[in-house]
Design a protein around this ligand. Structure first.
Ligand code: FMN
Length: 203
């Protein structure tokens, strides 16, 4: 048996995205780093972000009812950290980080040009979880840098070209992804075939 050390109840989960959530308008956009983000539903696609009550981002999302989730490339980890330690109440984070706000196609909130993957969302629900507010957003549109489109992969996205920044909560470290290991909903068939006695049958 592997020796385990118990860490107690902690808000630790990894890896997670280190996303840049944009809020506000093209004229006055804001950015905040958000690691508590995940998919919640598929039809229609829904994601959720969890925000502390004090964030300007929460105020702006409540006001405009839209936000965008932008996945930065690993190389932008310094800018991402800055957006997570500075409030839009004090600074224009787009300007400070030399990020370019460009119009979304479905929402008035900008997306970040320097982020290769962008998701436009409309607020559909809000949930209070102690000091946090979880915002559920319906995904209205998704954008990916054209040079990260790979005609050979089934879903058309080359993750290595996107090179998304990833994060580990609690130990507070930024990482980049490694290499592809396999295709999901596929490689597990090897075990399914073995346990069901169909070993050697085509996948
Ligand atoms: C790596 C990282 C992840 C973060 N994740 C979250 C998060 O999931 N939710 C949250 O409310 N704040 C999170 N923060 C803190 C906010 O990004 C930070 O308070 C920011 O200044 C808020 O900006 P605003 O006031 O302009 O909205 C994170 C910060 C860092 C550095």
């Amino acid at each position: 048996m592997t020796a385990k050390k118990s860490l107690g109840p902690k808000e630790i989960l990894f890896p997670v995205p280190a996303a840049l959530v944009a809020s506000g308008t093209m004229g006055r956009p804001n950015l905040a780093t958000v690691a508590w983000v995940g998919m919640m539903g598929s039809d229609p696609p829904i994601l959720a972000i969890s925000l502390k009550q004090t964030r300007l981002t929460l105020e702006l999302i409540r006001k405009h009812r839209h936000f965008t989730v932008n996945i930065p490339p690993a190389g932008k980890f310094v800018e991402v950290d800055y957006c997570g330690i500075t409030s839009g109440r004090d600074r224009d984070k787009f300007a400070d980080c030399a990020f370019t706000p460009i119009p979304g196609t479905r929402v008035a909130v900008p997306i970040v040009d320097e982020c290769p993957f962008n998701i436009e969302c409309a607020v559909v629900r809000e949930l209070q979880v102690n000091g946090h507010t979880v915002i559920f957003g319906e995904i209205l549109e998704v954008h990916v840098d054209a040079d990260a489109i790979d005609g050979t992969s089934p879903k058309g996205i080359d993750l290595q070209k996107i090179d998304p920044l990833v994060y580990c909560t609690t130990i507070r470290q930024y990482w980049s992804i490694g290499s592809k290991l396999g295709d999901s909903f596929c490689v597990g068939r090897r075990i399914r075939d073995r346990v069901s006695g169909n070993e050697g049958s085509p996948a």
